[in-house]
Design a protein around this ligand. Structure first.
Ligand code: OSB
Ligand code: MG
Length: 369
């Protein structure tokens, strides 16, 4: 691929509105942008979705920077690569740290697609021309505020609403939402806020025709989820617990979930995300693409991935305007009638805007390959 240098940028972009989950409130999204440049001066772009704090998983922004600088960039530099699918194997001596791997791997996929003069979606064999999207809504100060947020997002055309839940903000809130909106496609995400001791309480959610409950139990569990799924009618969807296609196989064989949320960062890159998608298709497990408050770069990767055929449920890939005053790509990602068009231009199909990229960069370093 003739990669000549790799630029890491530590970014900070203010969210339009703070977002609260069972693990905390986020105001500014800090993340790493990875740019890989080839001998002809073409650039591929990727993004690390690790947060500053190890709250969603054990990875952190600074940890990812360290992994990229000291281990992953040197592994990529050690020997020429012909295709981005080689990187999963190349990075395999490094345990875990999947978000760091994905940041560099996805940048190489974008560059590869550009070198081929093709869209990223077409290079990964994703044929949909548009994708259906939903939106994730954080924990609010009151039910009234939540209903207001839902109304705005329904007006904006989103195909399904996902509301974050936690103990003290769950069954009564869902009840309130269902009273106003008896029929909207609705799901909940607990981000691991419950234990098996809450089974009786969680069973009350079965009365509300939820599409699924996402990650109710511990981030590192698939055994208790199996027990919970036996006692719940609502399908369980796993997010945090699934790091690979192999994890998915085990969870499916146990009966720990009926649906899987795929995040490229969580599973270590596009190659693993595609493998997971294919495994779920064989096992008749529907999947959808999760979100991590990505900038337009990570969002564009999510759009290409979601164009694969077993992404049959709307994802969390909302429009740029759901998160940002201004995005760092042109055009911004837009949602029309609850859908995003899959771009046909080379690579991720969105252009990184140099002025806005610089405006939100806190620190930048270039590494020669
Ligand atoms: O659990 O899906 C999650 C955001 C950050 C970390 C974890 C999650 C989320 C979301 C929002 O639900 C997804 C988005 O809108 O990008
Ligand atoms: Mg989730």
């Amino acid at each position: 691929m003739n990669i000549r240098n790799i630029t890491l940028r530590h970014m900070s972009m203010p969210l339009l509105k703070p977002f609260t989950t069972s693990f905390g409130t986020l105001k500014d999204r800090e993340f790493i942008v990875v740019e890989v440049t080839d001998a002809e001066g073409r650039s591929g772009w990727g993004e690390s979705v690790a947060f500053v704090e190890p709250s969603y998983n054990e990875e952190t922004l600074k940890g990812n920077w360290h992994l990229l600088e000291k281990f992953l960039i040197p592994l990529l530099s050690a020997e020429e690569i012909g295709h981005p699918a080689e990187l999963a194997e190349r990075f395999s001596p490094i345990r875990g740290n999947r978000m760091a791997k994905a940041a560099l791997e996805t940048a190489c996929w974008d560059l590869y697609a550009k070198q081929q003069g093709r869209s990223l979606a077409s290079v990964i064999g994703a044929a949909k021309t548009s994708i259906e999207v939903g939106v994730s809504i954080g924990i609010q100060a009151s039910l009234e505020q939540l209903l207001e947020m839902i109304e705005q997002r329904l007006q904006a055309g989103y195909k399904r609403m996902k509301i974050k839940i936690m103990p003290g903000w769950d069954v009564d809130i869902v009840d309130g939402v269902r009273q106003k909106y008896p029929d909207i496609p609705l799901m909940v995400d607990a981000n691991s806020a419950y234990t098996l001791a809450d089974v009786d309480h969680l069973r009350r959610l079965d009365d509300y025709q939820l599409m699924m409950i996402e990650q109710p139990l511990a981030h590192d569990d698939i055994v208790d989820h199996c027990e919970l799924q036996r006692q719940l009618h609502t399908p369980i969807c796993l997010d945090e617990s699934i790091h690979s296609a192999d994890d998915a196989r085990k969870a499916i064989e146990l009966g720990s979930c009926q649906i899987i949320n795929i995040k490229t960062g969580r599973v270590g890159g596009l190659t693993e995300a595609i493998k997971l998608h294919n495994l779920c298709m064989e096992r008749k497990i529907p999947v959808w693409c999760g979100g991590m408050f990505e900038s337009g770069i990570g969002r564009a990767h999510n759009i290409a991935l979601s164009a694969l055929s077993n992404f049959t449920l709307p994802g969390d890939t909302a429009a740029s305007s759901n998160y940002w005053e201004e995005d760092i790509v042109d055009p911004a990602v837009i949602v029309r009638d609850g859908r995003i068009d899959v771009p046909e231009g080379p690579g991720i199909g969105y252009i990184v805007n140099p002025e806005r990229l610089a405006k939100y960069t806190l620190h930048c370093e270039v590494f020669e390959v």
